[in-house]
Design a protein around this ligand. Structure first.
Ligand code: NAI
Ligand code: MG
Length: 482
């Protein structure tokens, strides 16, 4: 069924494909139809245990002896194989996640870009020499943590594998990856490509399974030296507590409620595609989705009607039809979003997109919906919806913009649209977010750009060089030589 993966129901441990120890499998559903796509392995605690110990052996052995340049060359080779297989990967992700093909393809290309970036950066990370007392030479070494655990979600599997596994391998860690139960296929395909590129056994292990089984087992495993997690706030808290028990660092990326602020002097033609796309990309199931649009009163009607026009043209349908919007990842996710859509007291529906007629009845389709006249404290303006839903909130002035933009528990991404350079600088400083975009918005993009949250959006930074700092620890060496 998938050229890259003759079997989908195995784990990848120590460079070898094999069933989970108990032999159990789970069904992976195609969210465009609701039908079973294939089986995948239901990994458990004993599989995680094997994966962690094989990662340790790799770290202490062959993989640990790779020089930075050798790791870089290997990652570049993996990136090359990813590029050669972009179409296979895109189709696999489209079927597994429900992502329209063009968006799935962009993720596959981003995965290759991460391999290129971290491949190129592997031998460019170095320590410092520090002036100290007379007779001393002091320098720092940046060393890998050892064995790193990676628990990733279903919304952007390839991009998150790229940023997380890419940075961890580049810095010499050995990895255990637990992909999401809703979508684990591209994680398995990536392991196969890494294997074909020559990654030594044990450097990357993939154990699919349920969050409360394989995921929980990984987060509490005493053999893990670092955990990175992307997903819900509730599970992020569990991960941080588990990590506290064995005192290891965590990186948490937990989503957001990211605003775009449109000031009276904004170039609306330039802003419009970003205002809408940042909300409906991947059917709104994006940690950095822009789900709140704050508009200054004098442009409010104009923005709402221009956005409504775009919404009216949005078509939702099967991933392989490659329309603007695909299904949500699952019936569960659909009901989470529908619960929000039933709490819209006081809001005006400005526009909805359509669901195409041939969309299979069993698919998890939700028509994109734009709400106007929203107050900053409304539940739809405060909670992460993770569906194709945006709210427009009227604002008065800059002070109002800052207060409302910063007025949620999250702080992942923010953007502002204004031609006033001084206002751009003030806003960039005032916005509480890990990334601020001025006159643009980047949902999900930016291999090179450090990314991460404040508040409930989490902590730690991924992407760019920052991720490599996170996947290393500094050792200070002080030599007294007289
Ligand atoms: P989730 O947080 O349950 O799942 C994310 C990952 O964590 C998956 O690999 C899952 O298997 C694992 N997991 C679940 N329970 C675990 C546990 N007890 N111990 C260790 N690992 C565990 O997210 P879910 O249920 O898929 O989505 C629920 C909501 O979370 C979404 O509606 C959205 O608001 C948010 N979310 C945010 C994401 C982001 O990109 N920041 C990604 C996915 C979900
Ligand atoms: Mg969950």
């Amino acid at each position: 069924m998938f050229d890259l993966l003759p079997r989908t129901d195995h784990c990848f441990i120590n460079g070898v494909w094999g069933p989970s120890e108990n032999g159990d499998v789970l069904a992976s559903l195609n969210p465009s139809t609701g039908e079973t796509l294939c089986d995948f392995a239901r990994g458990g605690a004993s599989d995680i245990d094997r994966a962690v110990s094989t990662a340790r052996t790799a770290f202490d052995g062959d993989w640990g002896k790779y020089t930075a340049a050798e790791r870089g060359r290997l990652l570049a080779r993996i990136g090359q194989l990813v590029i050669e297989n972009v179409d296979h990967l895109a189709r696999m992700e489209a079927l597994d996640v429900g992502k329209p093909l063009t968006q799935a393809r962009a993720d596959a290309v981003a995965l290759a870009r991460y391999m290129e970036f971290y491949g190129g950066a592997a031998d460019k990370l170095h320590g410092e020499t520090i002036p100290y007392l007379d007779g001393y030479t002091v320098y720092t070494l940046r060393e890998p943590h050892g064995v790193t655990g990676h628990i990733i979600p279903w919304n952007y599997p390839m991009q998150i594998i790229g940023r997380s596994i890419g940075a961890a391998l580049a810095t010499g860690n050995a990895c255990v990856l637990k992909p999401a139960e809703e979508a684990c296929l591209t994680a398995l395909a990536f392991a196969e490509l890494a294997h074909q590129a020559g990654l030594p056994p044990g450097a990357l292990n993939v154990v699919p399974g349920l969050g409360e089984e394989a995921g929980a087992a990984l987060s509490v495993h005493q053999g893990i030296d670092h955990i990175s997690f992307t997903g819900s706030v509730a599970v992020g808290k569990l991960i941080q507590k588990a990590a506290a028990d064995h005192v290891v660092p965590v990186t948490l990326e937990l989503g957001g409620k990211s605003p775009q602020v449109v000031f009276d002097d904004a170039d609306l033609d330039a802003a419009l595609p970003f205002l809408v796309n940042a909300g409906i990309q991947n059917a709104g199931q994006t940690c950095s989705a822009s789900s709140r649009i704050l508009v200054q009163a004098s442009r409010y009607d104009e923005v709402v009607s221009a956005m409504a026009k775009r919404y009216g043209a949005l078509r939702t349908g099967p991933a392989l039809d490659d329309l603007e919007v695909g299904p949500l990842v699952s019936a569960t996710q659909k009901s989470l979003v529908e619960r929000f859509l039933s709490q819209t007291d006081g809001l005006d529906i400005a526009a909805t997109g359509s669901i195409v007629e041939n969309a299979p009845k069993g698919g998890a389709y939700v028509a994109p919906t734009l709400f106007a006249g929203c107050t900053p404290d409304h539940v739809l303006a405060q909670d992460e919806i993770f569906g194709p839903v945006q709210v427009v909130i009227p604002i008065e002035d800059e002070a109002d913009a800052i207060q409302i933009a910063n007025g949620t528990d999250y702080g992942l991404v923010a953007s502002c649209w204004t031609k006033d350079g001084a206002r751009q600088m003030r806003m960039a400083k005032a916005l509480r977010a890990g990334q601020v975009f001025l006159n643009n918005y980047g949902a999900g993009g930016g291999v090179e750009l450090p990314f991460g949250g404040r508040g409930l959006s989490g902590h730690g930074r991924e992407k760019g060089f920052e991720a490599m700092y996170g996947f290393t620890v500094v050792k200070t060496v002080a030599a007294l030589h007289g």
